[in-house]
Design a protein around this ligand. Structure first.
Ligand code: PLP
Length: 411
């Protein structure tokens, strides 16, 4: 970016193209350079020791690169870019979204105590990690409007996910932050993306993404990232150094390479999702469609206030439950039955049988995650082609099942 453009804050679209590339002229490159070094030559022992101190204080720079688990310039450039997109001072990248979730929980435990307040729904494995006892955390599950009552003196973190996976329910972040008081709030914003919402601006302390999804965007990278302030950035780096859950520089390169198209990808997918959600409500085989852009889909009116659009993800429930849902997946020709989301191509999956299978049946039922529910991640295909595929699969699945024996369970 030329200097005269620095006078005012560039827009998200401009940041997506240029952020994390500020040193390119100095480095002499035009695409993100990939530094695969696992270790770095030490100029001098005293200087290296000072660098370790700087890293421990959470101030990593290329000048104090020592070992790639501690600092890698390719990873740092992606982190710099993501921090800018999330309007946060720092970002810390991890080897997967779950590594990022784990780091947030461990950092909070070390800083604050072993009690966590969490709001369902969250991604199934996040739910499982919290419920499992693996990290030695005591977890209170509650609803977004009852967080204040769930807090204890030893509460270290409040965990919410918005939009929530897989029901697309929205949580009012400002309201959660107000209730949490001095307790930090972590928002899993994977479904929101920095294009549609910036929870850090609304008071969230940590904004988490499974970067495997929209940030990667092409279905070829596993990664996680947390945007946060300097204090929590240092705490998360500390956990990352100790646990080794680092992002590989090749993955960081792919993520950084994909960021310039993130805003156009998300907006195009969102336009498709709006068309598909509306039309699915008219299909006789569909019981209900869950999408914040539909009438009644956003009772708190957070789209417009908290989100810059209703998003690219939707879920729908077919009449006939599990067997019809399983048959729809078999009948689809264009849309790929697969877990994950945010890719250029559309993906569909069955939350009760797959991503949320690890959630207790009671919690699934309470959260409305039914056997007939399918979750669709709308890709960049023409929405009319996607609708043709969905409508014909729904027609065929219901016809077939009307006059046949119940089918075997999927997955
Ligand atoms: N958070 C959300 C909302 C997710 O959907 C996922 C994965 O599907 C994760 C976290 C975990 O991310 P990863 O699969 O990159 O570990």
């Amino acid at each position: 970016m030329k200097n005269h453009l620095r006078s005012s804050e560039p827009s998200l679209d401009t940041q997506a193209v240029h952020a994390g590339r500020e040193d390119f002229a100095q480095v002499g490159c035009h695409a993100p350079p990939i530094d695969l070094s696992s270790t770095y030559p030490l100029a001098d022992l005293e200087v290296a020791t000072e660098s370790l101190e700087a890293l421990a204080m959470g101030a990593p720079t290329a000048a104090n690169a020592i070992y790639s688990r501690l600092f890698n310039p390719t990873v740092a450039r992606f982190e710099e870019a993501l921090a800018k997109l999330e309007k946060a001072p720092e970002a810390v990248a991890f080897s997967s979204g779950m590594a990022a979730v784990t780091a947030c929980l461990l950092a909070a435990k070390q800083k604050g105590g072993s009690h966590v307040v969490a709001v369902r729904p969250v991604y199934g494995t996040t739910d499982h990690l919290l419920s499992s006892g693996l990290l030695g955390l005591d977890v209170t599950w509650t609803t977004a409007d009852a967080i204040a009552e769930a807090l204890r003196p030893e509460t270290a973190l409040v965990v919410v996910e918005t939009p929530g996976n897989p029901t697309l329910s929205l949580v009012d972040i400002e309201q959660v932050v107000a209730q949490a008081g001095s307790v930090p709030v972590m928002v899993d914003s994977t479904f929101g993306t920095p294009v549609l919402q910036n929870p850090f601006e609304l008071g969230a302390k940590m904004v988490l993404h499974s970067a495997t999804k929209f940030l990667g965007g092409h279905g070829d990278v596993l990664a996680g990232v947390v945007a946060t302030d300097e204090e929590w950035g240092a705490a998360l780096r500390h956990v990352r150094v100790l646990t080794g859950a680092v992002l590989h520089p090749l993955a960081a390169y792919l993520l950084h390479r994909g960021l310039p198209t993130l805003p156009v990808r998300v907006r195009a997918m969102q336009a498709g999702a709006q068309v598909i959600a509306r039309r699915l409500t008219e299909h006789p085989a569909v019981e209900r469609v869950l999408y914040p852009g539909l009438p009644g889909g956003d009772p708190q009116h957070l789209v417009g206030r908290q989100m810059r659009g209703p998003g690219t993800m939707l879920s729908f429930e077919v009449r006939g439950g599990h067997n019809v849902a399983a048959q729809v997946l078999r009948e689809l020709q264009l849309i790929t039955p697969a877990v994950s989301l945010g890719s250029t191509d559309s993906l569909i999956q069955h939350p009760a049988g797959l991503t949320h299978r690890v959630v207790s049946p009671e919690a699934r039922a309470a959260g409305g995650i039914t056997e007939g529910m399918l979750r669709l991640s709308v890709g960049l295909e023409d929405p009319e082609d996607l609708l043709r595929d969905l409508e014909s699969a729904l027609d065929r699945a219901t016809l077939l099942l009307d006059d046949s024996e119940p089918l075997a369970a999927f997955g």
